[in-house]
Design a protein around this ligand. Structure first.
Ligand code: ATP
Length: 653
């Protein structure tokens, strides 16, 4: 079984193994640069080897393993063997068995899933405790003997004070989370989970797992992680690199669509119409409505002769291309190709040889005829047209009036696009040409996506699968999802498996109890959260002056370890920041002031929530926003208020 000294010797073996791997990787960088066949492969291989070498050179600092499985003698596959489980595979000496198994390997699954009721061949599960580089101890669960639970190492990891960005949870993934992490690549899963149940963690670990299990397929197709805002991305962006996965694209929807700068905002009624699914048909008609029945023949000269495709034939070519349901830009090029082919047949019938240069020349020469029948289009041209004079037929008069520009811009370049316009421009761009798809897309805070945004995400995942993460109770946009089956439909994955997570790993019990009081008023139809944590502290303090009260709470919070987040209605942020600053409490790595509108997905060890009533009053779904703000605290929550608390927060009678 091994004593602590034996395990420490194993740590040395692991470090030696890592050094060997590092030397090998460095050598390969040098060799790799000279062996690859062409520049592109050399660059790719070089990049891969360099990042592997870099990753390995950073590795010796971290614990090489966090767990160990000892299988019983009667286990069919692993009888009597022991495996150390860590963040990465570490090879043994002289090609011997590995000294550490990657947490994603099939055998490691039992570390997360075995229980006293179902030991899965495991005799003993061992969890290790570390202090920096030093192995400090371990705890055993003799599953084979029916013994399980009560791990203080596990509890300490879950309850540790939070500082800095999000960390991976590989050492403590829970069975119901593991089930989602290891779900098959072809399965789309939708995780409905209360705040802090580990949805984001599950999504990121699923990305790492899928890349391990389906490396070839996904390296080619790509994995995309979509988060709600930049603050959130900054918070989560270290998790996948820490797990050795650096090639995952992590961005916001705006980042994904951002071909145009945002320079304006919509009124609420205009945004509601622009985000409505019917806009897809409005735009489709506006684009394809540009195609005209050809009224003249296509004529082109090759310098010696004029070639001609008559109106009837041209009409047939245009009609065929239109019926083929191709993207608009592809359809236009198909018409061009067909016209050129017809002219080529005529030329060849006359004994002329037509090479590629001839075809290019004729292709250019038929452009005027093509422009008349199937004009070139850019997304911004079409949207300018639509917003200058919204077409009849789909939207009501009031809706058309809501989105119409009061004064159309002088030209396309002067157009001042709004965030919703970016979604419409993307819809048009993808009607013109199919976008790049990904093998797997992970969408966090998916409940907030509008129908048009869902379409944009769906287009990136047409041939792949998705992990959809969200919480109906945390929906804060006017179009937030009310039901997951409907939302999955909009995301193009109607058959997605919907799973609920209800055990919270972030928010302490007392805080969860307060937040749960809002659930009835939110009418989201989700069950209340159960907290895994009985520790933590909740204080509700009424003050005469809000800023002073917040300053006082922050001062006290500084006595504890961990990050401090002041969450306030957006309109209060400036005054609170100034008050803190005036008192010498500078914002930095430990202390931040977060507008309630961007706090989603984030967490702080200690939260000071300023004036809940103002958070509620700031927007139509203010109560949902308050629910989000209340559930950001890991250890302590101070609710500081000068106005009365929202009635929904009072204890249910
Ligand atoms: N199995 C686990 N072991 C240790 N920590 C965990 C585990 N699961 C989740 N956590 C921690 O709980 C916190 C909340 O997790 P996460 O942010 O993934 O929750 P979420 O469901 O996305 O929350 P929200 O809905 O508020 O965005 C994080 O600090 C995460 O590391």
């Amino acid at each position: 079984m091994g004593t602590l000294d034996d395990e420490r010797r194993h740590v040395e073996r692991c470090r030696a193994g890592l050094r060997r791997m590092l030397d090998g990787a460095r050598e390969n960088v040098i060799v790799g640069e000279t062996v690859a066949g062409d520049r592109y492969s050399a660059e790719r291989l070089g990049r891969h080897l360099k990042s592997l070498a870099k990753e390995l050179s950073e590795e010796p600092e971290g614990p090489p393993f966090f767990g160990r499985l000892d299988f019983g003698r009667d286990s069919a596959e692993h009888g009597g063997r022991a495996y150390h489980i860590g963040r990465r595979h570490i090879t043994g000496e002289h090609g011997g068995p590995p000294v550490v198994i990657d947490w994603r390997a099939p055998v490691a699954r039992a570390f997360y899933r075995a229980s006293a009721r179902d030991p899965q061949g495991v005799d003993v599960r061992r969890r290790f405790g570390w202090s920096g580089r030093t192995l400090t101890g371990f705890e055993d669960e003799r599953l084979g003997a029916g013994e399980e639970g009560g791990s203080t190492i596990l509890a300490a990891e879950i309850e540790r004070p939070r500082v800095g960005p999000m960390r991976d949870i590989v050492a403590t993934i829970q069975p119901e989370q593991d089930d989602l992490v290891r779900a098959d690549l072809d399965t789309t899963i939708c995780v409905q989970g209360a705040p802090g149940t580990g949805k984001t963690a599950v999504g990121l670990h699923r990305a790492a797992y899928l890349l391990y299990a389906h490396r070839r397929r996904l390296e080619r197709a790509g994995v995309l992680v979509l988060g709600p805002n930049r603050a959130f991305l900054g918070y989560i962006s270290a998790v996948l690199p820490a797990l050795g996965e650096v090639d995952v694209e992590q961005t916001t929807l705006e980042g994904l669509l951002g071909a145009y700068p945002v320079r304006a905002a919509d009124s609420a009624p205009a945004a509601a119409v622009k985000h409505d699914a019917r806009m897809a048909e409005v735009l489709r008609r506006a684009l394809y409505g540009r195609i005209r029945r050809p009224a003249e023949p296509a004529v082109a000269s090759d310098g010696s002769y004029h070639w001609r495709v008559g109106e009837d034939e041209l009409r047939r070519v245009v009609e065929d291309a239109r019926r083929a349901g191709l993207p608009y830009g592809v359809g236009r090029e198909r018409v061009r190709a067909r016209v050129v082919a017809s002219m080529r047949r005529q030329a060849e019938a006359r004994g002329q040889t037509c090479n590629a240069a001839w075809e290019r020349r004729i292709g250019r020469a038929v452009t005027p005829a093509l422009d008349a029948a199937w004009p070139a289009a850019r997304p911004e041209d079409v949207l300018c047209e639509v917003l200058s004079a919204p077409p009849e037929g789909i939207l009501t008069d009031a809706e058309r009036a809501a989105i119409a520009w009061p004064r159309p811009p002088r030209g396309v370049k002067a157009a001042r696009w709004t965030p919703a316009d970016l979604v419409l421009l993307d819809e048009l761009a993808c009607l013109l040409e199919r976008p790049r798809g990904y093998g797997h897309v992970i969408v966090d805070e998916a409940q907030d996506l509008s129908p048009m945004e869902c379409r944009a995400v769906a287009r990136r995942s047409e041939h792949g699968s998705m992990t959809v993460l969200g919480d109906l109770a945390q929906g804060t946009t006017p179009w937030a999802a009310r039901s997951w089956p409907e939302h999955l439909d909009l995301l193009g994955k109607p058959g997605g498996r919907i799973v609920e997570l209800t055990t919270g790993f972030r928010v302490p019990g007392a805080v969860v109890e307060l937040a749960n009081r809002l659930l009835a008023a939110l009418d989201a139809g989700v069950p209340p959260t159960r907290s895994h944590r009985s520790d933590g502290r909740l204080r509700v303090v009424r003050v005469a002056e809000l800023e002073k009260g917040v300053v006082e709470a922050v001062r006290e919070a500084r006595a504890f370890e961990g990050s401090i987040g002041v969450i306030a209605a957006d309109a209060h942020v400036e005054a609170i920041t100034c008050a803190l600053w005036n008192e010498g409490l500078d914002l930095g790595e430990r202390l931040s002031v977060m507008p309630a509108s961007t706090a989603k997905g984030l967490e702080y060890d200690h939260v000071v929530l300023a004036e809940p009533a103002a958070v509620v009053a700031a927007e139509p779904r203010g109560l949902n926003r308050l629910y989000v703000a209340l559930t950001r605290a890991v250890s302590r929550l101070d609710v500081v208020h000068a106005q009365p608390l929202p009635a929904q927060l009072s204890r249910p009678s």
